[in-house]
Structures are given as structure tokens and as C-alpha cells.
Write a protein that binds this ligand. Structure first.
Ligand code: IVH
Length: 676
């Protein structure tokens, strides 16, 4: 027997799921992410499975969607619109397949894979080949009559071609393409209206307009994915795949990417292929629907509750979630830039707990209109740093104020400045302690001078103890000074000094990058050093000479000039010269470089290092790096969520390396092997 706390939990899950359903289906204004919804639903299903006495007819697990709004007429669905069970992994999928196979007594069966569209399900009735009714799914049994709106969707035929059953109903998903969504939001922005958070909301909002002229102005589209019912159905093809072909032949739009899969291995290949490429599609898809192809077998398998046993949905890992924006804090970067970031109520996105998200700059915050207290949609796309997509406007607490950056640097109190034409705001105080720390951290980082053993906390200690006032002071550190610090033994002190001294011979481009000149990243540093050959030549360069370097524009040139005009910066450079750092580069070709002439392109998220580090690794061995795969590319190194670049590499037959294969290659090259 279930105890009281379990009962209370079940009730709480009912409440949350009912509210989520209402917001999703009736108000088109969801307050929780799909992933969160799925999690709650799974928890409830689990509890009901373990404690059947807690399962009632009112449970949200027993129905689909919510009651239709009154404003539209009601349409009864003679054959209910079903929902789908979900699988989230290859193991889940295999378990589903095994279950089906058992239920079919081991008889072989083939499958169909379809992209799961993220839009709104509709049922369309045709009588004598003419569209008579269009309805939403509603609760699966009763939907809303949206015929007038449905008629405005250009890809829905009003009259069918060829011979068709006297009465029939087809089902499909109405959706909005990404460009269509962008267009609607642009118009809304112009009219000062709140923006839709994603294409699904926007499609649903568009389809459920009481004024069908508004629907007509929205570029909605449809993919048909099922024949609901038909008179004389027996005369129609006997498999789902052939029926879809038949529906296409009489005028319906079906997704050409759908695939007939003889075996489970083909299904998995489809899932993996579109899991990787889905972001390149012009519309959003949140998974793959896998269906048993034989309609006879579908009938034998039947349904449990509202979920057919003959189909399931493989859900792609969600990259979005909703959470509360608790505060907007500001970091001061090494160039003095004020970097606002979101402090969030911790939330899981694609398996990672997110607590912070970047907000880029003040403009970005204003454009998205995010305010402290808002419920916000966060997203983790490819890159490591999560982003805020936008607020859920309906959930804005009263009194939430638009955000403004502080007028003074949060670290040193100096009045901040925003140079004209720049999006970033800066603390102009070169002695700002935050800048000093960030600059020192940057100088010792792997992409720059790569000084092992000098991490963030040691940097902070060195600055606060006055042992280091600028980056050049690092080279004067002695083991005695370091040993005197807390938690620093003899051995580690000696290691730090050795690492610092060892960094003096790093390539000049690393030093130029390490100086932290605004707008001079590792790429630009590389370009500059290749062109000028020495720090002296770079310091003496005029604006014209700088902009003559391919890839260096006027903004970067102006920043370089400003940096070297500063007397303090010049003093630091002289100190570095006296400390014996490499100030010029011999012509590259003269050095034995095992990867000379090779170009690497890195794409996707790497597990063990950042892209910058990986690029530094290959450049150190004489290779160049590119941001696009071309015929000149020697290797494409592909991490997680690699998109179109990996595809392009495949097309161009450029060798593709996984992260591990890349590491193996580096190992072999370092050991003296010649790469092919
Ligand atoms: S088949 C068993 N096929 O997903 C029949 N549904 O979670 C269930 N959906 O209500 C529908 N693309 O709104 C099917 N190719 C597809 C689909 C699809 C999107 C939606 C549909 C359905 C929901 C079920």
C-alpha cells in the first residue's frame, strides 16, 4: 500500500501536469520545457506502475492534451488521435523492438522511420475528395474545429486528385519553418508585440487564431503522417509505407526524408544520421517516429491506453529548458569588458546542470528583454557556454524592471565607458584588479604562454601579495618567494619556476596573444606574427601597414596602435625582452615542422580540450587551421554535435578524425612519424 507522502507526490504531479497541459494546449504559452514535462510524466508513470492503487481515470497519464477551448466548435474524432510512447536511448529502442517481436511471436517485421515534427497535430476530413473539416487533436477524442484556418495553409490540398475513398481522414503535423518563424518574430518586433519563444508556440498560436486572415498571413506548412480512417479502407495499400506513397500521389505533402527500414539497424542509422543533422533542417524536429510497417501487424499489436504498441518516438536529447533568472551579474574581463551573465536556478539541459548563462552584452539583454525574476528559456547548442533564448513573457512577475549595466566598474568603481560603434562596455582603469587577474590568467593559459602549475588561485595570490604586478613579473619569481606562500611546497615552487622559465621560448604568436590586446585573438596574433616576424616590427607598424595584413581590419588595427602607444604596456614588453622571451620568429620553413602544409578544421564540441587548445597543438607542429572545410583541408576533426562541416568533409572526401583518432595522430607525429 502506498504511503501518504507518495499519494501527495502523485497529486502534486497531477497538478503540475494538468497545468502544463493547459498552458501547452489551450494557452499556447508553455511554462515548462518539453524535457521537464517528459520527466514529470515518467515519474508519474513509474509511481503508478509500482502502486497501481494510485492510478485513477483522472490521471494525466490517461489522456492526451487538454479540453478544447470553447471559442471553436467541437469536432468528434471517430477514431481517436493517439499519442506516442517515448524512448530515449538505443537500449530503450532495442527493448521496444524486442517487445514488438515477442508480441508478434518472432515473425519478422519491417519498419518506417519518420522525422517527428514539432508542431501541432491536425486531422483533415475529405468527402468526395474535397476538404470538409480540419480539427486539432484536442484531447484525442474531441478537438477544435479549425477548418477556416486549415484552408489557409497552402500545402493542404482543398481537392484531391485521382480516385479516393468517398470519406476519409488524414493526420499530420502543422509546423512553421525556421525562416517562417523568424519572419513572424521580425514583424512582431516591429509592432512592439512580445516575441514567440519557438516555432512550435508560434505555429500553434497561428493555427488557433479566431480570425483566419491572421492564420493566412503566417507561412504554415504541413507534413501528413497517417491515414486516420477511410471508407473502403480494405482497397487501400496494406502497409504504412505504401499508404504514405498513395497519400502523396493524391496530393498530400509527406516528408521526403522518411525512410523504409527493413531492420532495426537501419532504424538506428536513421536516428543517428538525423540526430546529427537535424539542426541543418529548415524546420525543427524533436525526434524520430518509428512505426511497424504492416497494418495487419499494427492491428494485432493494438494500443495500451492512448499509446499504440506498434509505434514509438525516439526523442532527441533536448537542448532547451526553462528556469528562473535569479540575478544578472557582471564579470570584468581582461580587456576591461563588462560581461553580464545570468545566474539561474539550476536546471538540467541535455544531461548537464546549468547554473549560469552568458548574456553577451547590454544590447543583447535589451533585445531579448530578459529581466531579473523572469522565467527564461535556456539553450545549450554545440558550444559549451549556455545561452538564454528569451523570457516566457506571461510568467513575468509584476514590477520586473528592464536591465541596465552598472555605471561603475563592479570591481574598482571607475565609471565605465562604451566606445562608439561597440557593443561592449569597458572599465577604462588599467589598474583595475579584476582586469589584472583576468589578464594574468589569460597570459598563463594553454592557448597563450601555457605555464603549467599557475592556475587561477595562484594568480590571485601572486597579485594580492604584490609578488606580481604585471605579467612580466612572473619571470622574476624565485623559489624562495613561492615557498613562503600558503600550501606551496618546495617541489611545487621549483616546478612553477621551471614552468615559467620554460615558457620563454614559446612561439612569438603565443606571446602576442598572451598580451591581451583587445580584439587580438590567437588567429589574429598568428596572422600578425607571420606578417611582421618580430614584436619590434609589429610595434612600429602604422595603421595602414596593419590593415594591409589579410584578415586585419581597421578596428583591430586601431586597438593594436592604442595598445602599443601606452607607456605602461611598452615597459612590460621591455621587461619581457630582458627576461629573455622570444621576440622574433625565424622563418617558419627553416624549422623542422612535421605538420607543415597541413590544414586542420575542428568542428563540434571536443571532450578533452577546447578548440583553441587543439588548434594551438597542431599549429605548434607547423599546421594551419581553417574555419571551413574546403578541398585544401587535410583533416576534419569532428567532436560532438558536429553539423554541416562534418557533412561537407564527407562530400569532399576530406579525412575525418574523431577526437581519439586526432590524439593518436598527434602522438604518432610527435614520435616522428610522417602523417599521410
Ligand atoms: S504518428 C500513433 N508520426 O507526435 C500515431 N506523430 O507524440 C501517433 N508527430 O500527436 C502519431 N510527427 O502530433 C506521428 N511522423 C509523425 C509525427 C507525429 C509528429 C506528433 C503528433 C503526435 C505526437 C505524438
Amino acid at each position: 500500500m502506498a504511503d501518504a507522502s507518495l499519494k501527495a507526490r502523485v497529486q502534486e504531479l497531477h497538478r503540475q501536469l494538468n497545468e502544463a497541459n493547459h498552458r501547452y494546449y489551450v494557452l499556447d504559452a508553455p511554462a515548462i520545457s518539453d524535457a521537464e514535462y517528459d520527466r514529470l510524466m515518467q515519474e508519474l508513470r513509474g509511481l503508478e506502475a509500482d502502486h497501481p492503487e494510485l492510478l485513477t481515470g483522472q490521471s494525466p497519464t490517461q489522456r492526451v492534451g487538454a479540453a478544447p477551448v470553447e471559442a471553436f466548435g467541437v469536432v468528434e474524432h471517430p477514431v481517436p488521435l493517439l499519442s506516442l510512447g517515448n524512448v530515449f536511448s538505443r537500449e530503450d529502442l532495442e527493448a521496444w523492438h524486442r517487445r514488438v517481436s515477442n508480441l508478434l511471436d518472432g515473425r519478422p517485421f519491417d519498419l518506417v522511420c519518420e522525422l517527428k515534427m514539432d508542431g501541432l497535430a491536425v486531422a483533415l476530413v475529405y468527402e468526395d475528395g474535397v476538404l470538409t473539416t480540419g480539427a486539432t487533436r484536442g484531447d484525442g477524442v474531441r478537438g477544435e474545429n479549425i477548418t477556416a484556418n486549415i484552408r489557409t495553409i497552402r500545402s493542404i490540398p482543398l481537392r484531391l486528385e485521382g480516385t479516393v475513398p468517398r470519406r476519409m481522414e488524414v493526420r499530420g503535423e502543422v509546423y512553421l519553418s525556421r525562416p517562417g518563424f523568424a519572419k513572424i518574430n521580425e514583424e512582431r518586433a516591429q509592432q512592439g508585440l512580445p516575441l514567440y519563444a519557438n516555432p512550435r508556440n508560434s505555429a500553434a498560436g497561428s493555427l488557433r487564431q479566431l480570425d483566419s486572415r491572421i492564420t493566412a498571413s503566417r507561412p504554415l506548412d504541413i507534413f501528413i503522417y497517417q491515414l486516420g480512417w477511410a471508407e473502403g479502407e480494405a482497397a487501400l495499400p496494406a502497409t504504412h509505407w505504401d499508404r504514405m506513397a498513395y497519400l502523396a500521389s493524391v496530393g498530400f505533402r509527406t516528408n521526403p526524408l522518411n525512410r523504409h527500414c527493413p531492420a532495426l539497424a537501419d532504424v538506428w542509422a536513421f536516428v543517428e544520421e538525423w540526430g546529427a543533422k537535424r539542426h541543418d533542417l529548415p524546420y525543427e524536429t524533436d525526434g524520430v517516429v518509428i512505426k511497424v510497417n504492416s497494418l495487419d501487424y499494427q492491428g494485432q499489436l493494438g494500443t495500451v491506453g492512448r499509446e499504440p504498441r506498434w509505434a514509438t518516438a525516439y526523442k532527441f536529447p533536448s537542448v532547451q529548458a526553462t528556469t528562473k533568472l535569479l540575478a544578472i551579474d557582471v564579470n570584468v574581463g581582461r580587456t576591461g569588458s563588462l560581461n553580464p551573465f545570468a545566474v539561474l536556478e539550476p536546471v538540467q539541459v541535455a544531461g548537464v546542470t546549468i547554473r549560469h548563462a552568458t548574456l553577451h552584452n547590454e544590447e543583447d539583454i535589451r533585445r531579448k528583454d530578459v529581466r531579473v525574476g523572469d522565467t527564461v528559456i535556456v539553450q545549450r547548442a554545440g558550444e559549451v557556454i549556455p545561452e538564454i533564448v528569451g523570457p516566457v513573457l506571461d510568467l513575468r512577475p509584476p514590477g520586473a524592471e528592464p536591465y541596465a549595466l552598472p555605471a561603475a566598474c563592479p570591481e574598482c568603481g571607475t565609471a565605465v565607458v562604451r566606445p562608439s560603434g561597440e557593443a561592449m562596455t569597458y572599465c577604462p582603469n588599467k589598474a583595475c584588479p579584476a582586469q589584472g587577474l583576468e589578464l594574468l590568467k589569460h597570459f598563463v593559459s594553454r592557448g597563450a604562454l601555457d605555464i603549467e602549475g599557475v592556475g587561477e588561485s595562484l594568480c590571485a595570490v601572486l597579485l594580492s601579495q604584490g609578488l606580481v604586478r604585471d605579467v612580466a613579473d612572473l619571470y622574476a619569481l624565485t623559489t624562495e618567494q613561492l615557498e613562503a606562500l600558503d600550501r606551496m611546497g618546495k617541489k611545487s615552487a621549483a616546478n612553477v619556476v621551471a614552468a615559467v622559465q620554460g615558457s620563454r621560448d614559446r612561439p612569438l604568436a603565443r606571446l602576442v596573444f598572451g598580451l591581451g590586446v583587445r580584439h587580438v585573438g590567437s588567429e589574429n596574433a598568428e596572422l600578425l606574427v607571420r606578417h611582421f616576424g618580430s614584436l619590434d616590427a609589429l610595434m612600429a607598424a602604422s595603421e595602414d601597414e596593419l590593415t594591409a595584413v589579410a584578415g586585419i581590419g581597421p578596428k583591430v588595427a586601431a586597438s593594436i596602435i592604442e595598445y602599443f602607444e601606452d607607456q605602461d604596456n611598452r615597459r612590460i614588453i621591455e621587461k619581457l625582452r630582458l627576461a629573455g622571451l622570444r621576440m622574433a620568429e625565424e622563418a617558419r620553413e627553416e624549422r623542422a615542422m612535421p605538420l607543415s602544409g597541413k590544414e586542420f578544421v575542428f568542428t563540434g564540441r571536443l571532450e578533452r580540450f577546447t578548440r583553441m587548445t587543439a588548434e594551438a597543438m597542431v599549429k605548434e607542429l607547423g599546421a594551419t587551421t581553417g574555419s571551413n572545410v574546403t578541398r585544401k583541408t587535410s583533416y576534419a576533426v569532428v567532436g560532438e554535435d558536429a553539423g554541416s562541416k562534418a557533412e561537407r568533409a564527407q562530400q569532399l572526401k576530406v579525412p575525418i578524425l574523431t577526437e581519439q583518432e586526432f590524439l593518436d595522430l598527434m602522438e604518432r607525429v610527435r614520435a616522428g612519424e610522417q602523417p599521410t
